[in-house]
Design a protein around this ligand. Sequence first.
Ligand code: DC
Length: 218
Amino acid sequence: MIVAIDGPAGAGKSTIALNVAQELGFQLIDTGAIYRTVGLKATQMGLDINDGPACAQLAADLDFEFKIVDGKNHIICNGETLGQEIRTPDMSRAASIVSAHPEVRQALLNIQRELGRARDSVLEGRDIGTVVFPDADVKVFLTASDTERAQRRVLQLGEQGAAANYEDILADIRERDARDSSRSAAPLKQADDAVAIDSTEFGIDEVVAKVVSLVPGR
Ligand code: DC
């Protein structure tokens, strides 16, 4: 069983996907974390993140696993559990850049499919319902306005004690949206048969219940 949850950065995908995966007892494949890890490893190795073929070669050689422990989803790359180091603003940019290379997307396509076929899975990303699993059992496209997403991000950073400037964050979100939607390889777009949910209109529990209710047999 494959549940695909796509949408732009900051629409609440991670929270919704984690809750859905826990409720269903499925693994959660955070595909953004995979792109972030490729960006991190490339940076650590001194590779040029603008070099598509080199980044694709690296991506193909990495091994990924996901595990939910104590209510948190962890990405494990080559046996090493990664944490906040893939969530820095630099790694958000690096992930956005490496993910625009068609060679990288191709290399990660098989990896994502193998991971998803191994177990019942929730996959969150941008192109799960359109490219990675076009036959997914459930497809959800989660949205929220860019201003709402920027406000949430400011609150989240504030809770972490980090300084956050609303205008900078909004500009950053708009820049990433534009890059993710305009790239030629698997741009961010809603699958024709995806159910669109605007997370601005509903609470987390309501969205989770709605997604779970779409799963056959639920
Ligand atoms: O969801 P996220 O912010 O962790 O994603 C990081 C970057 O990776 C983001 O710029 C979009 C890209 N991405 C992608 O192109 N395709 C996916 N399936 C998931 C993420």
